[in-house]
Design a binder for this molecule. Structure first.
Ligand code: SF4
Length: 329
């Protein structure tokens, strides 16, 4: 590992100044960043420790939502009573990821910033990876791509975002609250992660030294009817091949509102409004759920090895909707 400076920050302003001055990186749980530093993918000249900035509370907001500090651990968030009762799909998504030990260390802010696990990105022995070395090519296009994107990819990168939590946050219309050298911002989760285009090295809209300080959730209509379903090669400690987060609001036996997002299929959580439109206004029967699932995957563009994920996606959306609506157990 390349040597680096280590600094402890005691205020948010101080942390931002330290990263701006050093060109370094914020360090919270470190569960992804430190791995990347060990294998040479990330080489920040400095790490600024942000674990003692007081960003560790989960509080109800006046509007009936919740504000989650960016330093809250994944375990604490998944098990928080407010989240378990009002946003159970978020608890499910978080608990489906990693291991207990990793969830105890990993934070909300870090989870949103975790990098792709594309093997060509993760191992510096591979020469071609536009995300790691811009302009070098994309080895996955002609190589191993069974786990890669179905939506929103480009000829420069077909990697996926590995976060489970972000998929659930997407159907809950979360807002990412940041503070940076130019002030504070509130960024809708749908606009936070970016598609690869011709610059896959950029994965989100954060500016240099901009720090995630919190995530806010509006009141959810989906507390009673939601589900997160993750399909993967093995049952634990594996990233999603495909996942589906769904929320459905039922009024007088009619679907009044719905939210559907896919994970493991794009460089960002992939919301599918066209599937939601099929659900809204319909009675919740199996044919409607199947039609929504079919529509959710209709625009998929498989690569040479991952066409199987299209069928997995249809199954994930259908099963998640059925579980959310308690049409099946
Ligand atoms: Fe690199 Fe993206 Fe291609 Fe993977 S898919 S090799 S991360 S450019």
């Amino acid at each position: 590992m390349k040597t680096f400076e280590f600094q402890h920050a005691v205020t948010v302003d101080g942390a931002i100044c330290s990263v701006l001055d050093s060109g370094g990186a914020f360090l919270a749980g470190g569960t992804n960043l430190v791995d990347l530093m060990k294998n040479g993918v990330a080489q920040p000249p400095a790490l600024v420790d942000i674990r003692h900035l007081g960003l560790t509370s989960v509080t109800a907001t006046a509007s009936g939502g919740v504000r989650i500090g960016a330093g809250v651990s994944n375990s604490a968030l998944a098990n928080h009573p407010l989240i378990r009762t009002q946003y159970p799909v978020l608890s499910q998504a978080i608990l489906s990821g990693a291991t207990t030990q990793l969830r105890n260390m990993a934070t909300v802010g870090g989870n949103l910033l975790q990098r792709t696990r594309c093997p060509y990105f993760m191992q510096i022995e591979f020469d071609q990876c536009n995300k790691r070395v811009p302009g070098s090519g994309c080895a996955a296009l002609e190589g191993f791509n069974r786990e890669h994107a179905l939506f929103g990819a480009s000829e420069h990168c077909v990697a996926i975002n590995p976060s489970d939590m972000a998929v659930a946050l997407t159907i809950l219309d979360a807002v990412v609250c940041t503070q940076g050298p130019d002030g504070v911002r509130q960024i809708p989760i749908a606009q936070f992660h970016t598609l690869p285009g011709d610059a896959p090295q950029h994965e989100n809209c954060l500016l240099p030294a901009e720090l995630i300080v919190a995530v806010e959730l509006p009141p959810s209509p989906y507390a009673s009817h939601s589900w997160y379903l993750k399909l993967r090669d093995r049952r634990s400690y594996a990233f999603a091949l495909v996942s589906a987060a769904v929320g459905v609001e039922v009024v007088d036996d009619v679907i009044a509102s719905a939210s559907v997002a896919l994970g493991g299929v794009a460089a960002k959580p992939w919301r599918v409004p066209a599937a939601e439109q099929i659900l809204v206004g319909s009675r919740p029967d199996d044919s409607v759920l199947r039609a929504a699932a079919q529509r959710a995957m209709a625009d998929a563009r498989p690569l040479s090895q991952n066409a199987f994920k299209v069928q997995l996606g249809r199954g994930a959306v259908h099963r998640a909707l059925a579980r959310a609506l308690e049409l099946t157990r």
